[in-house]
Design a protein around this ligand. Structure first.
Ligand code: AKB
Length: 314
């Protein structure tokens, strides 16, 4: 029987596009999509789909055995903004699901694990410009705490039990196929939807809030490149810094105005401003570039063109 891939959290923003890409590469029958509900019918209808609660160890194990799964991409998580509203739920979901997958690997049921970390592992005491791979990390959100602790556990399972776990610290991800949910960087997707629908956007972050961002295609490429890299070249088993571009709400509004000249933006910062203020402005990802040849393709101009073109067709 061929070895198969399970995506947990396949209906979400990154999980959905990862599902499509992995199906292109490995064939529909080798990639099993799963989520807690039928949250994305495009994913549900695109191949094998299982309802799966990432917090239920037995259910995940049964699914792994049913399909002879060898690789899990664990994309289910509660993100930064929602996590602040439901701190214990965020902790339970983000940590339980990780332990279940790491333990399945430790016990030999699966061979490879991808688990996403985030720029949220950094906090207000971290250097903000060109944030190094190794630096002060004092996250102030529950989400950031789960990601930082998760990174430590990933490295621990690799060192102590030989688990092949790989991870990336994603910046804000911009995409047009599936909406993000519950993050602080979500404005950078909402703004394109509102630009097309209403020609105006009220931003929940202030105009000069600079954050690291990346187009979905680059994020998927990074994920797959890391998972396909030789084990020896994956030197970091906590999580890799990863960067493409950094911009402010003003920068993205100006990029949109080149295509929609009468687009307007206003600013009404809410509780997410404090989260954004605690995160880096830009990231040093030289280790990823060196270890597994990471490069990004999309700058703000290219992202804006892709977003507006594809969303206008919908
Ligand atoms: C969020 O805003 O919470 C996420 C992230 C940066 O991990 N997009």
């Amino acid at each position: 029987m061929s070895s198969k891939i399970l995506i947990i959290g396949a209906c979400g923003q990154i999980g959905s596009e990862l599902t499509y890409k992995l199906r292109d590469i490995h064939g529909n029958e080798n990639v099993i999509a799963s989520d807690i509900n039928y949250g994305n019918l495009d994913v549900v209808n695109s191949g094998i789909f299982e309802i799966l609660d990432a917090q239920d160890y037995s259910a995940v194990k049964i699914c792994v055995e049913k399909y002879n799964i060898k690789t899990i991409y664990l994309m289910a998580a509660m993100l930064s903004a929602t996590g602040e509203k439901f701190p214990m739920k965020a902790w339970d979901l983000n940590m339980d699901s990780l332990f279940h997958v790491l333990n399945l690997a430790k016990e030999g049921f699966i061979k490879n694990v991808f688990w996403p970390s985030s720029i949220a592992v950094f906090g207000s005491t971290t250097p903000k410009e060109n944030t190094p791979q190794y630096t002060i990390m004092e996250p102030s959100t529950v989400y950031g705490i789960t990601k930082q602790v998760g990174e430590r556990w990933c490295e621990y399972y690799h060192n102590k039990y030989g688990v092949d776990v790989r991870s990336i610290r994603y910046p804000g991800i911009i995409s047009w196929k599936t909406l993000p949910g519950g993050g602080t960087t979500d404005y950078a997707v909402d703004i394109y939807h509102k630009a097309i629908a209403d020609k105006t956007y009220e931003c929940f972050l202030s105009e000069n809030t600079e954050l690291p961002m990346m187009f979905m295609d680059d994020a998927i490429k990074a994920t797959i490149d890391l998972m396909h890299a030789d084990s020896d070249s994956v030197k970091i088993r906590s999580s890799y810094n990863l960067a493409a571009i950094s911009f402010t709400p003003t920068d993205i509004a100006n990029a949109i105005k080149k295509h929609i000249p009468d687009f307007t933006i206003s600013y009404k910062p809410d509780f997410r401003q404090e989260i954004a203020d605690s995160w880096p402005k830009s990231i040093d990802d030289s280790q990823a570039r060196q270890d597994w040849n990471w490069t990004h393709n999309f700058d703000l101009e290219a992202i804006t063109k892709e977003m507006l073109t594809n969303l206008s067709k919908e």
